[in-house]
Design a protein around this ligand. Structure first.
Ligand code: EPZ
Length: 420
């Protein structure tokens, strides 16, 4: 087991380049199961979750070859298995995203039910609603879930909640179905658009991604493609907050500015100067931070994956700050850890009230999910003394070389072994 030691680091300064988006790479890797020729991917982030997804693809018969930094060649011509291994599914719930492609390509798929995690129960009812609407028979027993369909026929599907994963899984099941599928109240996240662009390159007929209505016309077969994964808007937001929380001056490179609107707006409200420059954004914070309020919502609202990082920032914003979490039912686990560092935060159901401006001090804390882990690093940068962040495997799942990227900006952060 490892931990990160974070010292008070003063103003972060310099440039940091953002990696490919984890939450675009994972569904795109799953969608590679639909292709029958070589698929060449670039800007694939080097993450634990990506490694596991590649193992899942190989366990199903796909060939996965790493040909350079962030570059993979994947070939699923000889798919010979439709059952994912429990050991892999249990490591990463996003491997559930192979269900749609397997159903579409082979007409059958068997997985263990993805577990919940610290941020919520993470149900899959909307995924299954979509599969059944397309004509699949779905069975769940003793922790397993299977879906079979002799043929999939396009349907009109309404999502009760604009679920990112359900939108992605249904899209991937529908691209080879007969006829037209319409997904209403679809998720509109940029990662959905990236997946749609990738599917279209494979030969799929998908329109409307990025809006709440996505139309898919089934085609007989998908081929190969070359695709570069979009930059990670959450990693970008995390480093933008790092600049703000340390009163620094940081240029975040390889960013799609249009994806950063809620984060840019809130940092400006806190008093930061934000210069938008093409594919980079400069965050400059020279004076004290003002209190802000956030409310997480499906895209284009404020991203739930930035809530923990902003809670850390709010501890430095003098006055009362409010954060409302509407997407997940239990995504304030990081509050107790921040309070160990001296933060003055009160949680009332879906609302966290942060009385910002009080000094933080280093403490032994643990990452409860990957974004909470990032938030604790951010808090540690401004806390007096040393903050030990434990259970950092969560962080390694979603951030590529996080301590190197922080060190390049002047952060005092090292990785160490946890003594038994
Ligand atoms: C994706 O998870 C992301 N993960 C999450 O990022 C992100 O927080 C989330 O979308 C919301 O943006 C990946 O893309 C791999 P959802 P997903 O289905 O697809 C409810 C991170 O930090 N729901 O949009 O699981 C669910 O309970 C991770 O990188 C149902 O009720 O999210 C939740 O309350 C964390 N029924 C809400 O929808 C369903 O069938 C949002 O879930 C599915 C979801």
């Amino acid at each position: 087991m490892e931990k990160l030691l974070v010292e008070s680091s003063g103003r972060l300064q310099g440039k940091v380049r953002i990696s490919g988006a984890k939450n675009a790479a994972l569904p795109i890797l799953a969608a590679c199961l639909l292709g029958t020729e070589d698929i060449y991917l670039e800007e694939v982030p080097d993450l634990k979750d990506v490694e596991i997804m590649c193992q899942v693809l190989e366990s199903l018969g796909a060939k996965v070859k790493k040909v350079g930094k962030g570059e993979l060649i994947i070939n699923s011509a000889n798919l010979n298995n439709y059952k994912t291994k429990y050991e892999l599914m249990s490591k990463m719930r996003a491997s559930f995203l192979v269900m749609g492609p397997l159903l579409g390509r082979l007409g059958k798929t068997e997985n263990s039910l993805p577990g919940g995690c610290s941020i919520g129960s993470r149900p899959i009812d909307l995924h299954l609603k979509g599969f059944k609407a397309l004509g699949a028979k779905v069975q769940t027993d003793f922790g397993n879930i299977s879906a079979y369909a002799d043929r999939l026929v396009g349907q009109k599907i309404y999502l009760d909640f604009p679920s990112v994963g359900a939108t992605e899984n249904i899209m991937m099941a529908a691209v080879l179905a007969e006829g037209e599928t319409i997904i209403d109240n679809a998720a509109m996240e940029p990662e959905i658009v990236d997946l749609s662009n990738f599917l279209r390159k494979l030969g799929a007929n998908v329109i409307g991604a990025g809006t709440s209505t996505i139309k898919i016309k089934g085609v007989p077969e998908l081929k190969g493609a070359r695709h570069s994964v979009i930059p990670d808007r959450i990693e970008a937001g995390t480093f933008m907050v790092a600049a703000a929380i340390t009163g620094g001056d940081v240029v975040v490179e390889n960013v799609i500015l249009n994806h950063m609107k809620p984060v840019i707006a809130k940092l400006r409200e806190a008093g930061c100067r934000i210069d938008e420059e093409g594919e980079s954004v400069r965050v400059l914070c020279e004076r004290g931070l003002k209190p802000i309020d956030i409310k997480t919502l499906p895209y284009p609202g404020f991203p739930t994956d930035m809530q923990a990082q902003f809670l850390a920032l709010m501890t430095r914003c003098n006055g009362i700050n409010i954060a409302i979490e509407t997407v997940f039912e239990n995504r304030f686990m990081h509050v107790d850890e921040l309070k160990k560092m001296g933060a003055d935060i009160r949680v009332e159901e879906r609302k966290a009230i942060v009385n910002g401006g009080k000094p933080l001090h280093g403490a032994k804390v643990r990452a409860t999910d990957l974004r909470a882990g990032a938030a604790l690093i951010l808090a540690g940068l401004t806390a007096t003394g040393t903050t030990e962040v434990h259970e950092i495997y969560h962080i390694d799942r979603g951030y590529e070389n996080i301590e190197e990227k922080f060190r390049k900006l002047g952060a005092k952060i090292t990785r160490a072994k946890v003594e038994d």
